[in-house]
Design a protein around this ligand. Sequence first.
Ligand code: KG4
Ligand code: ZN
Length: 338
Amino acid sequence: MKDRYILAFETSCDETSVAVLKNEKELLSNVIASQIDSHKRFGGVVPEVASRHHVEVITACIEEALAEAGISDKEVTAVAVTYGPGLVGALLVGLAAAKSFAWAHQLPLIPVNHMAGHLMAAQSVTDLKFPLLALLVSGGHTELVYVSQAGDYKIVGETRDDAVGEAYDKIGRVMGLSYPAGREIDQLAHQGQDVYDFPRAMIKEDNLEFSFSGLKSAFINLYHNADQRGEELSQADLAASFQAAVLDILLAKTKKALVQYPVESLVVAGGVAANQGLRERLAAELGQHLEIIIPPLRLCGDNAGMIAYASVSEWNNGNVAGLDLNAKPSLAFEALEE
Ligand code: KG4
Ligand code: ZN
């Protein structure tokens, strides 16, 4: 059989990325152009700036991805692209590039949900076995997803307010850390102690929902009150206490989901899956009971490689789009009907 190459595009937020996946399994290239430095001074992603950056670098990313993969544009077999969720202007740049490439080379265009991408990045670690449960934690999402088979994603629990990564970034801003703050808080947390008693919202409630806005507010209040009194709080202890609360919540709800949906593998993915504290606790508390699959660090943040992996089951399931494919900024998985 002829070799198959999927060319994948990801531009939903502040990373412009193009990847080449060979024969469904082998990621030959995964070029990621980050714009973080342009957004840092604003303390978050500025949508217009993001779109402009994508336009500036997308062509170079395609060329680099093909060159690194060692293939020509004529060898590509299919094109995959993130069509949501994300910033509409940012998504449109990737869509325009993907559609143009697909049209010029008369190739199928495979639409991919960004969150399916995060989840399926785990396919790079091992051949996923279904059914499985996934904890998806990123800057925009916190959700527990039941996957009965490849390509069938159903939400069983999610956050009512802030996403966990968003909470990290917001408290990081208050602490004077640069955006995105998750990684730095994670590092600080390892140097401190859990001495401030932050709330663990809904942890005892019998549902699979999360809430992080109360924790964020409690943190900000403590910080500001201390500031007004001229008191200096330990950044490391603050980070450790915040992270302990976050991890208690994530672990409790994941365990609860595993009782309700007994599966043999748990995928943990999304930007926050890079968190070392989370990885340690998952291994210690759940590692003996089931297989925990976490994508390697470079596939945890936004990248097109994960979109390529997720596109495989979409393509197998006949999910191919026309050139009228539009961006869906609030695209979401459906809830699982009991
Ligand atoms: O998945 P991602 O790259 O982008 C979205 O789709 O949102 O996730 C980015 C988020 C940011 O909020 C960032 O602070 C967080 O992931 N993050 C972390 C860590 N590394 C990145 N949060 C906690 N601990 C980390 N080590
Ligand atoms: Zn993401």
